[in-house]
Structures are given as structure tokens and as C-alpha cells.
Design a protein around this ligand. Structure first.
Ligand code: SAH
Ligand code: AVI
Length: 313
């Protein structure tokens, strides 16, 4: 299996995150190939409404979005399997007879290469150039035809704080040329029970996904986490409007992480592995405006589960 992560960077992130209170590990470390496969399984769970809701919006609005943005290139951050993206690609290929370009960007390098190979098979006229990179750092995009539609789907924006979201969207804004658009998929605030169920599925796939982070650290750094001795927890913080996903030690755990340090977890001690902010239109507008973008269209479903925000400079 290819080494997905830069070991020195991972060690630095862990030294920093595990010395904070609460202890935390950045969510990008969920996504080795196994983590990407588990996330894909999550998207098919009955409880995990965001993917279905966003897919419905893309089916309904892709034509309108592509007619407005007229992109010759689609750049997608955190593309994953790019399953829903196919609705946008279908419309692009219909409207760009000379062929379209797709630049999926993802930290999960092996999984990204597989998704790209599958897309090339399915869409022989599509130019697919995968970019294995961490979107929270500076990375280079290959030269591509203008205009571009930059997409950040799946509500992955929710996995950072709103201030970090501004930094991330600002970096997208810096790449955007006049005439480019930015399409953001956002999970909306709603009934707490529905949200909590989506992160505590009955088959325990989300728990497996959460624990996989410890296996990723074991295999990349040679650490000795006993992943099965940590319980999954996902609770909605109503004040912050976010899910907080934790791994909670069951019994005392001693862990050695080479190049990072030795850690002891007492029974009940926990690591914050992910936050998943839920937005409303005001927060989306605020993040986009602070990033130098203007909200042009806001597409949502009748139940107000999810939104697609289309913006430009
Ligand atoms: N867009 C897909 C996948 C969402 S899962 C969907 O909507 O279903 C989040 C994706 O972002 C994963 O594929 C993960 O590997 C990627 N990812 C998470 N953090 C990242 C980072 N810092 N840099 C690049 N990709 C990242
Ligand atoms: C990728 N991201 C938007 C997912 C989310 O809902 O925050 C990751 C996830 N975590 C648990 N289930 C899904």
C-alpha cells in the first residue's frame, strides 16, 4: 500500500495536536485507502443524509450551474471517489465539445489514482490530471484551460473552523481568474437527532472510520495504539453548531509514537478527531465574503438539509 502521508509532517501535526487540551488529531489522517473506502461506505448508509441530499441538488441544478459558469476545467478539492461529481462532468462534456479537463485534488493518493483511472475509462474525452496534495498547504495545479469551476463538495468545509474555512476559501480565491466560479457543498443546521444519527450509524461504520485514524498512525509512524481499545463518540455541540467526534480510551492506555512522544490515556480520556460544522446561509455568506467572494446562487432542498453555494469574485 503506498505511503499516503508525509511522515515528518504527520509527526509534527501529532506533536502539536497531542500536546493541546483537548488532545486532537487533524481529520485528514482518516484518509489512507482504507479510510477513503470506509468514508465511501458511510455515504451509502441510510443514516448519512448529506451525500443523498447533495446528490439530489446536483442532479437538479448541475445544468444551471454549468450554464452559468461555462467551465472548461473542473478543479475539485477533496474529490474522494468523485461519485456525485459525475453529474457536473456529464453537463460539462455536453457543453464543451472540444473536451473538458478535470483536476481532482486529494490527500488520499492511492485512492485518488484509482478514482482517476476509473474516470478515464468512463469518460474517454475527459482529460483527468489528479493532484495528490494537502489542500490546507500551498500546492501547484497543472496548467488548465479557462474558465474553471472550483468545487468543494461533501461539506468537507465543515471539518475546519469557520476561521480556517476563510483561510481555505481565500486560497481558492487566490487561484481564481476573472470568470471562474466556486461551488461549495454545505451541510445545514437541522434537528439534532437527525444529525447525531448520521454520525452514530447502527452498523458501526463511522466508528470503524474513526478508529482507522489510529491504524493510519500506527502504520505510518510505527506507533502502538490499540485502536480497538478506543470507543467512538459523536455528539452535537449546539452552541458551536458542530458535531464533535472523539476516540475515548477504554481503560488505561500507554502509547509510544516514534518521533512524537510517549502518551498515557486514563480511562475516559479522549482525542478530538473531527469537528463537522453545520452552516446556515448567513455563515456561508460570511465565510465567502471574508474570503473575497460574492454569493451568486444558493440552491437548497425543500427540507433544508443541504445547500450548494455558487460564488465568484
Ligand atoms: N468530495 C467527496 C469526498 C468527501 S470526504 C464527497 O463529497 O463525497 C473528504 C475528502 O477530502 C476525502 O477524500 C479526503 O481524502 C479529502 N481530504 C481531507 N482532508 C484533506 C486535505 N487536508 N487535503 C486534501 N484532501 C483532503
Ligand atoms: C468529509 N466530511 C464532510 C464528513 C462529515 O460528515 O463531516 C466526514 C465524516 N465523519 C463522520 N462521518 C462522515
Amino acid at each position: 500500500m503506498p505511503v499516503t502521508f508525509d511522515r515528518a509532517r504527520m509527526a509534527r501535526d501529532l506533536r502539536e495536536g497531542l500536546s493541546e487540551q483537548p488532545r486532537r488529531i487533524p481529520p485528514k489522517y482518516f484518509y489512507d485507502e482504507q479510510g477513503s473506502r470506509l468514508f465511501d461506505e458511510i455515504t451509502r448508509l441510510p443514516e448519512y443524509y448529506p451525500t443523498r441530499a447533495e446528490r439530489g441538488l446536483l442532479i437538479r441544478w448541475s445544468r444551471t450551474i454549468i450554464e452559468m459558469a461555462k467551465p472548461r476545467t473542473l478543479v475539485e478539492l477533496g474529490a474522494g471517489s468523485a461519485d456525485k461529481t459525475r453529474t457536473l462532468l456529464d453537463e460539462m462534456l455536453r457543453t464543451v465539445p472540444e473536451g473538458a479537463t478535470y483536476l481532482p485534488v486529494d490527500v488520499s493518493a492511492g485512492f485518488l489514482a484509482q478514482s482517476a483511472a476509473q474516470l478515464r475509462d468512463e469518460y474517454p474525452s475527459l482529460r483527468v490530471s489528479p493532484v495528490a496534495a494537502d489542500f490546507s498547504t500551498h500546492f501547484a495545479l497543472p496548467a488548465h484551460p479557462a474558465p474553471a469551476l472550483h468545487a468543494f463538495l461533501g461539506s468537507t468545509i465543515g471539518n475546519v473552523t469557520p476561521d480556517d474555512a476563510v483561510a481555505l476559501v481565500s486560497s481558492v480565491r487566490e487561484r481564481m481568474e476573472p470568470g471562474d466560479y466556486f461551488l461549495l457543498g454545505i451541510d445545514l443546521r437541522k434537528d439534532v437527532t437527525l444529525i447525531e444519527k448520521a454520525y452514530n450509524d447502527s452498523r458501526g461504520v463511522t466508528a470503524q472510520f474513526n478508529r482507522n485514524m489510529l491504524s493510519v498512525i500506527n502504520s505510518c509512524l510505527g506507533a502502538n495504539f490499540n485502536a480497538s481499545a478506543f470507543d467512538h463518540s459523536a455528539i452535537y455541540n449546539e452552541r458551536e453548531h458542530r458535531i464533535e467526534m472523539r476516540l475515548i480510551a477504554r481503560g488505561r492506555q500507554s502509547v509510544v509514537i516514534p518521533d512524537v512522544g510517549d502518551f498515557t490515556f486514563a480511562d475516559g480520556d479522549w482525542i478530538l478527531t473531527e469537528v463537522s460544522y453545520k452552516y446556515d446561509r448567513d455563515l456561508a455568506n460570511d465565510v465567502l465574503a471574508r474570503s473575497g467572494l460574492v454569493l451568486r446562487e444558493w440552491f437548497t432542498d425543500d427540507a433544508g438539509l443541504f445547500a450548494l453555494a455558487l460564488s465568484s469574485r
